[in-house]
Design a protein around this ligand. Sequence first.
Ligand SMILES: [Zn+2]
Length: 136
Amino acid sequence: MPDAKLEPLPQLKLKPLKPPAFCLSCKYNIAYLSEFRCPECGRSFDPTDYRTYLDEDPEVLRYNTILLNCTVISFFAFLFPIIGTLINLLLLSITIKVAAKAISDKNYKHKYLAITVPTLIAIFSTRDIFLIIFYL
Ligand SMILES: [Zn+2]
């Protein structure tokens, strides 16, 4: 007969989180933990409440932030001749590198975004070509 003190508490019967699961505070990987407290910073989380932990890889979120910020900058750069095209060519090289890293990352699920953003910026980079054609 097992000791009654060793019986698991009712809340510990909750299933551990499946990946991707990361601590909200320190981004530590908290998948498969049986104790619902971050071993790195001590922040507790509730596996039944998705607002208490990150359900996306912080690296994946970083890729999306870079790609979306580059799209916004690219759109405004598109409004200005020459300097805007130079900015867009720079943004194009950045987004191609980030998209290539993101696509090769098996945790990355937003592949459409990684393909769309460099394509859009490549189109914005051709602005001055359209301008030259228009004035000839
Ligand atoms: Zn933590």
